[in-house]
Design a protein around this ligand. Structure first.
Ligand SMILES: Cc1ncc(COP(=O)(O)O)c(C=O)c1O
Length: 389
């Protein structure tokens, strides 16, 4: 086992309002906001209240255009190819609901797909007569080829769209989405990447990735306020894609349609530059490296100290800044539901960590963020050993 990375330390931890009595190992679900971003959002709220007409009615397009510039640099794309949404689910829905699907079309994904996205796919399939094909990728996942080839091998002449996670939620795996995109280039198969966890977890270059559609959250690993997310659409498909909320700007161009979807609290989107500036101030490369190395170390720690079977290679080649381990049946048998064990860990051990039921097995997922340090995972190991005994 390599040593864990050097932590960012108590000064950075103090930037977060997280309860000091809590060992917080679930940054992945809803993020956690640093003070500087909370202050930026408060300042925007105050500014908007000085004259709501000015900031929501007259200058909204100007301020959102200013937000898109640093955001486009951060995710490697052109500013006009980004549309704002409030979460990744909304971005995925916008694509699924815009595509003109026909009876017989197949929407292809795998069983690691996020459940809300699965439901949106089912809904669209029901409406149109298309079908959802969900290929299993059994655990343990040996390597990228094992995962990606399972999906590519399921393509048929009816496949219309592949929906693939960049980083999966319950299993916390990073998928080589580039391989899928390259494999279907020049065919009628389109690719929608669910990048809910990717910005701030991975260095992105959306222009070179070459997907058709990329939906992502900024309120997880980029540490922007909740409600910050985007949908990137390749220029040649932008006329086909509309937000879930149709408003004044319908058919007036992709960026405009997404920028105005009715009256909203614009303080979150306008605070994105503050989050990006803080990320750069911390040194984005260091953040990526720290979080990944900490996740890899925590994964190895859990597998070696609790004898959990790894579900992906221990070298971390399929991890980003989270890792999931499969809990033994004996542990699951002690609690009625995963939520009951999760609550026990919270109330008795003061550890916030998610436990998911996935394909009839329980998975425990740890996140590795800049406010985390090795002692947090060591505390988890001590607690888990108690329940394993
Ligand atoms: C892979 C994946 N997709 C989509 C989502 C949905 O994100 P949101 O609830 O912000 O829409 C999540 C949330 O955790 C996720 O993990």
């Amino acid at each position: 086992m390599n040593p864990p990375p050097h932590p960012f330390g108590p000064e950075i931890r103090a930037e977060f309002a997280l309860d000091p009595a809590l060992t917080f190992l679930n940054h992945g679900s809803f993020g956690a906001l640093p003070r500087v971003v909370r202050q930026a959002q408060e300042a925007w709220r105050d500014k908007i209240e000085l004259n709501p007409i000015e900031w929501i009615g007259r200058r909204n397009l100007e301020t959102l255009a200013a937000v898109k510039k640093p955001l486009a640099r951060f995710v490697g794309c052109q500013a006009n190819d980004l549309g704002f949404v409030t979460n990744a689910t909304e971005g995925v829905n916008a694509v699924l609901r815009s595509l003109r699907l026909q009876a017989g079309d197949e929407l292809l994904t795998c069983d690691h797909v996020y459940n809300a996205v699965r439901q949106a796919m089912k809904f669209r399939a029901q409406e149109t007569g298309a079908s959802v094909v969900e290929v299993p990728i059994a655990l343990p996942v040996r390597d990228q080829d094992h995962a990606i080839d399972s999906i590519l091998n399921a393509i048929t002449p009816r496949t219309r769209l592949i929906v693939i996670d960049h980083i999966t939620s319950p299993t916390a795996l990073r998928f080589d989405v580039q391989k899928i995109i390259d494999a279907v280039k020049g065919t009628r198969v389109q690719v929608l990447v669910d990048g809910a966890h990717a910005p701030g977890a991975l260095k992105l270059s959306l222009d070179t990735l070459g997907a058709n559609f990329y939906a992502a959250n900024l309120h997880k690993w980029t540490m922007a306020p909740r409600g910050c997310a985007f949908l990137w659409v390749a220029p040649q498909f932008q006329n086909d894609i509309h937000p879930c909320v149709i408003s004044h700007e319908f058919a007036n161009g992709f960026a405009g349609e997404f920028d105005w979807q009715g009256t909203r609290d614009l303080s979150a989107w306008n605070s994105i530059p503050a989050a990006l500036a803080w990320f750069e101030e911390l040194d984005s490369q260091r953040v990526f490296r720290h979080n990944h190395d900490l996740a890899v170390w925590a994964h190895q720690l859990l597998c070696s100290h609790c004898s959990f079977e790894p579900i992906s290679p221990l070298d971390g080649s399929m991890l980003s800044c989270m890792a999931s381990v499969r809990l033994p049946h004996s542990l699951a048998a002690r609690f009625e539901k995963p939520e009951a064990f999760q609550r026990q860990l919270l109330e008795v051990d003061h550890i916030e960590v998610p436990i998911f039921e996935w394909n009839k097995r329980w998975l425990l997922r740890v996140s590795a963020a800049i406010h985390n340090e090795p002692a947090h995972y060591e505390r988890l190991v001590v607690a888990l050993k108690k329940y394993l005994a």
